[in-house]
Design a protein around this ligand. Sequence first.
Ligand SMILES: *Cc1c(COP(=O)(O)O)cnc(C)c1O
Ligand code: SF4
Length: 442
Amino acid sequence: MTVVQGSSDPAVPGFPAAPVFSAVTAGRLAELVGAAGFTGSQVTAIRAVAEVLPFRTNRYVVEELIDWSAVPDDPIYRLVFPQEDMLPAGDVARIADLLTRGAAPKEVAAAANAVRRRLNPHPAGQLELNVPRHAGAPLPGMQHKYRETVLFFPKQGQTCHSYCTYCFRWAQFVGDADLKMASGDIGQLKRYLADHPEVSNVLFTGGDPMIMRAGVLRRYVEPLLELDQLESLRIGTKALSYWPYKFTTDPDADDMLRLFEEVSRSGKDLSVMAHFSHPRELRTPVVEQAVRRLRGAGASIRTQAPLMRYINDDPAVWSAMWSRQVSMGMVPYYMFVERDTGPQEYFKVSLADAHDIFRRAYRDVSGLCRTVRGPSMSTTSGKVCVDGVVDVAGEKVFALHYIQCRDADAVGRPFYAKFDPAAAWFSELVPAFDGGFPAGAA
Ligand SMILES: *Cc1c(COP(=O)(O)O)cnc(C)c1O
Ligand code: SF4
């Protein structure tokens, strides 16, 4: 298949030095996975999964990151391509049958929607909770959960250069208008910040804000530079992994870097919160160049990713990833636990295993990599870190603490849950010693 030929070197003939971004979508799924050796019925099952979970990628991911000789076990393939067993077999069979029979698109969509509703599309109260208010009215496109940080979802930043099969924001991408939360109103954010001098950080998130043109991002960022209260602007992105050309050869790459320079010069930190799932994403010459250019523009880069079965559930993968990040000048920040949404059953790692993987990776790296925290669960009340499994007063328990909490007083206090080898999310934990969890825990 021509689209997957070539090596991991973007300088190979056939892969342009300055490629133009173009999304690869579900229409090409059958061609891509068919050429990878799946049978006809497997291809139909994969297409059925893609009716439920959003699929989108691009030529860089397909040609430079995925090792097609290792498909389906290849970690980047698992990260981006739908798999037959990601959803319950009955659901897949029902939709595959509709596709085989050539059912009307409306009928297929209705079946897919029914499956989606059973996948907890809005974990941790994303839509209802944490939406700030101004003069009594809710402010869409913003979340204010922790005292010092406001999340802002710019409306032009609600897609990504490629989608992760494990994305907890997947419901935002499937075209249901009710599920979208985004704002185009920076004035509203500014007014809110003026009323909340305790906010020192604004985190642009999505989707991926780096899907925006530099000129569009500038309209959001520049007004914030006047605010003395802000110490940092952060941008959550996976563009370094999925489309590093955003910072090298894209038509707006230089303008983007100039904007980041302006933020640094204004006396604020510009932090790129970079999502990397696997060390493979750190090996191409273009990602190296993108990181060098970002750092040259004064940006700091912190890294984070969830721990996922089949993709990175191996301590050696994490220690290699953190070491490589540090040698490239990036700062390891969070290891997350997979949330209770979408194909959680497929990807989940128990909390006990998650901690073991974290500890063994952490043990094997230098102190410079140990800026990383985790494994951390983003729950309704806050970020809960699993510190380990210990015996206390004859009882085997998980030791936990809040890294972040809506109730700031609970941050950093140790607390305990009964040990459960199968537990994979906070909701499955029970307080130990007949105590309770810290105030606000849910
Ligand atoms: C993680 C997170 C933040 C940022 O927390 P830090 O610990 O400062 O990185 C802010 N808001 C929400 C909702 C978050 O989940
Ligand atoms: S890059 Fe982030 S927002 Fe986009 S699909 Fe992946 S996890 Fe979701």
